[in-house]
Write a protein that binds this ligand. Structure first.
Ligand SMILES: Cc1cc2nc3c(=O)[nH]c(=O)nc-3n(C[C@H](O)[C@H](O)[C@H](O)COP(=O)(O)O)c2cc1C
Length: 236
């Protein structure tokens, strides 16, 4: 990893490395990463570790002077304010920006995120074709995950059938693959990997990305400057 980090930095880029454990954070720092992204189990898409985001971020913060960013389930200014309050430098959001007008995700995927509650997502490694065994993802529960009868983890890609359920232009998309539906996808979109974090329950609409960002920042500013809901006043 140090060689890759050095190559990227030599090309003038900042290296933000996403981790799911403290050990991985230490390795990323030793390899020369500039920023550590602490990804929690709440996150949409591929999930690295099994710790909640804020607890993991706090533990990583305690062991490094690098900037730490919290990731997983964050879609609001409340989440951003909470991250800043624990000493993190910011947040990384995936699902909140998947459900924006600019995102190349299929409108079906965006509308499923808007309709979802935080409890509608599951962590499963059944969407694994094209990826190594055990690579777990958080998705909105669908007909494929319902068919697992609660056995979400432990699937072997070699024992899964290869069945085309959709296409991207002329490219086949398989049931159990990691492909999610894009604007260009046609077919059985419901059965594809509908990536979403637990923050989906806090995403009420599809808006321009700038609007999502501005709302989050304004909410966070309001919380950090003003009296908070339980009557305590935030320190400045
Ligand atoms: C559509 C989608 C695809 C993702 N793909 C990857 C991936 O290939 N590798 C990875 O490390 N994380 C991946 N992630 C996770 C993000 O890097 C990030 O940790 C996550 O989106 C944060 O959680 P949130 O979606 O609840 O905001 C993906 C997330 C989404 C929503």
């Amino acid at each position: 990893m140090p060689d890759v980090v050095a190559r990227v930095k030599n090309a003038g880029c900042l290296v933000l490395h996403q981790v799911g454990t403290e050990a991985a954070a230490r390795m990323a720092e030793a390899a020369g990463a500039d920023v550590i992204i602490a990804q929690g189990i709440e996150a949409g898409g591929h999930v690295h570790g099994r710790s909640p985001a804020f607890g993991l971020a706090e533990r990583i913060l305690a062991g490094t002077d690098l900037p730490v960013v919290v990731s997983g389930g964050i879609a609001t200014g409340e989440g951003l304010a909470a991250a800043l309050a624990i000493g993190a430098s910011g947040v990384q959001c995936g699902t909140a920006f998947l459900a924006t007008e600019e995102s190349f995700a299929h409108s079906y995927h965006k509308s499923r995120i808007v309709e979802a509650t935080g409890e509608d997502t599951v962590l499963t490694d059944v969407f694994v074709l094209n990826w190594p065994k055990g690579a777990a993802v958080r998705v909105i529960g669908n007909s494929v995950t319902e068919g697992l009868k609660g056995n979400y983890l432990g699937h072997d890609p070699d024992s899964l059938p290869r069945e085309t359920i959709a296409h991207d232009d002329d490219q086949p998309r398989l049931r159990f693959s990691t492909d999610s539906p894009l604007r260009t996808t046609t077919g059985d979109l419901e059965a594809m990997a509908l990536y979403a974090g637990q923050g989906a329950g806090n995403i009420p609409d599809v808006v321009p990305a700038a609007a999502r960002l501005n709302t989050m920042v304004a909410q966070a500013r309001h919380i950090l400057k003003g009296p908070v809901r339980n009557g305590f006043t935030a320190m400045s």
